[in-house]
Each structure stands twice: as structure tokens, then as C-alpha cells.
Design a protein around this ligand. Structure first.
Ligand code: ZN
Length: 335
């Protein structure tokens, strides 16, 4: 078992249990203590493994806190909620989920499955949360999504950053849905995180950065490039979305890739921003990713090249939010 898998890291206090996971799952962070909390819950196809890992490390999970509602962060919510945990998430996400807005989690838009869940505790900027035995501050960090939040523990100077940045990149932004200022907003959020001067950064993907200041500085440079190059920002997003689609489907048959792409709302939106037809964007996307090594052809299927955990096809069969049952009465899931 590698160090990352063992749930320990010498930079973290004993009550912060961390496990790095490859895509399509966000990393696991369990904050143990009287009010044990899990930050993000991975992809729906691995919800059972997530729940087992939590149970192996803590007996009484009080809540799950979501940094944002993308499928790789909220996929274990339904199962953990059914077992008694409360779900806490940013207020904008909570409002849309309460309305059962068809845009919830961007599940349908991005074609990424999410099992139905509800938010018990909407979180606002500056709110203090008791997680484990420590107080954490909610830090709104819009950009990657409008409802994105970070979590700050001032005594230990731990900063949970979700997808705002990782050791190797910066979160992609969706200028089509969130407007042309989304990249500027993301950069401002990174400024806010930098001002906290964290001792340890806990990103949702990849390792814990060895040097948090350097990771933040590098993320800010990348975010500035997205501000300066709006087309580049759109390209960055479509690369990430398509790679994720390939990962959760165990690749897509080569002769079905173009028809898959042409039917996607995210691709049509990106094509409009790039002043291309969806057909030409789809062709160029596949071509640049094959040439750049981001995707590979194996046994007639196009696969994402990056390390990822296989997903059982049956575990993906959940309805999109427009078909989710209406939200249960308030309080029914309170811890
Ligand atoms: Zn995300």
C-alpha cells in the first residue's frame, strides 16, 4: 500500500485522513472526531467503495460536505445520505437541488451520472462549520462552478480547495454557462485562497502539493492565461470534459465517437464560442487529443490516456436530475 493509500500524511493532523484517488473519483478526505465529516464523495460508480472506506476509518459519519456538485464529487452522496449522513453544500447548489432544476450537477449537460440526493445544510461564505473536533470556515470560491467552495481550518492552516486548483493545473471554467467573466472570477478566487497563506493544500485531484505557495502561484499563472486567452479556456474545458466521458464509459467505440460528441450540449456550446460548427469542433477535438497523447485507440475504442479506475456500466444507470423524485420534506435527513 502506498503512502497515499494508507490514509496518513505527515503534514496532516491524525484526525485528517486522506486518500488520493485517480479519476473518475475525487480524493477522499475524512475529518474524524465527534462530528466526523467526509469532504466530497467520489463518482457514483464507486459509491460502495467510498462508503466502505469511510466505515473503515470512522464509526459515525455526521456529514458530507461538497466543494461543488460535479459528478466526481457527489456520487457517494445518495448512499451516505441513506445511511444517515447529512449533506452540506454551497447555497447556490442547494437552491437548485431543492428545486430539482434539470441543470443540477451539470449531470445532463456534461452527460455524467449522479444518483439523486438533497442538501440538508446550505452553506454561505464565512460560515463556520464544526467538522470532526475542529472549526472550519466556508470560503466561497466561484469559478470552476458558481457554487464552488473551499474549507479553511485556521489553527492547522489546512485549506481544502476542491477543483479550484491541483498540484498540476487549475480548474476548467465553463464560459458558455457561467459567462465570459468566469475566468476572471476563478482568478479572484485563487487570490483569496493565496491570501490565507495555507500550510497544507488539499486538492480534490492529484497529490498534496509539496509547496503550497508554489502551487498557488502556478495555478494563478495558469488562471491568468485562461483570462488572456478565452478560446484557450474553452479548449481546456472541452479536453477535460471529453477525457472524463471516455473514463466513465471505458472508452467509446471509434466509429461512435463523432455521433456521441455531436449530441452533447457542452460541445455545441463550446463550438458556438469558438465560432466553429459542432462537427468541426468534434473532429478537431479528437484529432488534437490523439496527437497530444491525451487519448489512445485500443481494440477499436478511444480511451483516455490518464490513469483512471474502471467503472461498471450498470452502476452508471441513474436518472438525470429532471427525472429525480421531488425533494423529501426539509429536516428528514438531518443528522
Ligand atoms: Zn469539478
Amino acid at each position: 500500500m502506498s503512502r497515499a493509500d494508507s490514509g496518513t500524511d505527515e503534514r496532516l493532523p491524525a484526525w485528517a485522513i486522506w486518500r488520493q484517488r485517480p479519476f473518475p473519483d475525487a480524493n477522499l478526505l475524512l475529518i474524524d472526531g465527534r462530528e466526523a465529516a467526509l469532504v466530497d464523495s467520489g463518482f457514483v460508480g464507486h459509491a460502495q467503495q467510498t462508503a466502505e472506506w469511510v466505515r473503515a476509518h470512522s464509526e459515525n459519519l455526521t456529514r458530507v460536505v461538497n466543494t461543488h456538485w460535479h459528478a466526481d464529487h457527489v456520487g457517494g452522496n445518495a448512499l451516505l445520505q441513506a445511511r444517515g449522513a447529512g449533506i452540506a453544500a454551497g447555497a447556490p447548489d442547494a437552491d437548485a437541488l431543492a428545486r430539482r432544476d434539470p441543470g443540477c450537477c451539470l449531470a445532463e449537460y456534461l452527460d455524467q451520472p449522479v444518483a439523486p440526493y438533497t442538501v440538508d445544510e446550505p452553506l454561505d461564505d464565512g460560515q463556520m462549520l464544526r467538522l470532526g473536533n475542529a472549526d472550519w470556515e466556508v470560503v466561497r470560491t466561484p469559478g470552476h462552478t458558481p457554487g464552488h467552495l473551499a474549507l479553511w481550518q485556521p489553527e492547522e492552516r489546512l485549506l481544502v480547495v476542491g477543483d479550484a486548483l491541483s498540484d498540476y493545473d487549475v480548474g476548467w471554467v465553463n464560459s458558455a454557462l457561467d459567462g465570459p467573466d468566469a475566468t476572471v472570477v476563478a482568478l479572484q478566487s485563487l487570490d483569496r485562497l493565496t491570501d490565507l497563506r495555507p500550510r497544507v493544500l488539499l486538492p480534490a485531484h492529484g497529490p498534496i502539493p509539496a509547496d503550497p505557495d508554489a502551487a498557488l502561484a502556478s495555478a494563478r499563472r495558469r488562471a491568468q492565461r485562461l483570462v488572456d486567452d478565452p478560446d484557450g479556456a474553452v479548449w481546456y474545458g472541452v479536453h477535460r470534459i471529453f477525457a472524463f466521458a471516455l473514463m466513465i464509459r471505458d472508452g467509446i467505440p471509434v466509429d461512435e465517437v463523432e455521433s456521441y460528441l455531436h449530441a452533447r450540449a457542452w460541445l455545441t456550446d463550446a463550438a458556438r464560442l469558438l465560432r466553429l460548427t459542432p462537427e468541426s469542433l468534434a473532429a478537431e477535438l479528437v484529432d488534437t487529443m490523439v496527437r497530444g497523447g491525451g487519448v489512445v485507440v485500443r481494440s477499436g475504442r478511444l480511451h483516455a490516456a490518464a490513469e483512471h479506475t474502471p467503472v461498471t456500466p450498470g452502476s452508471m444507470r441513474v436518472p438525470f436530475p429532471r427525472a429525480w423524485p421531488a425533494q423529501a420534506p426539509a429536516g428528514s435527513h438531518c443528522p
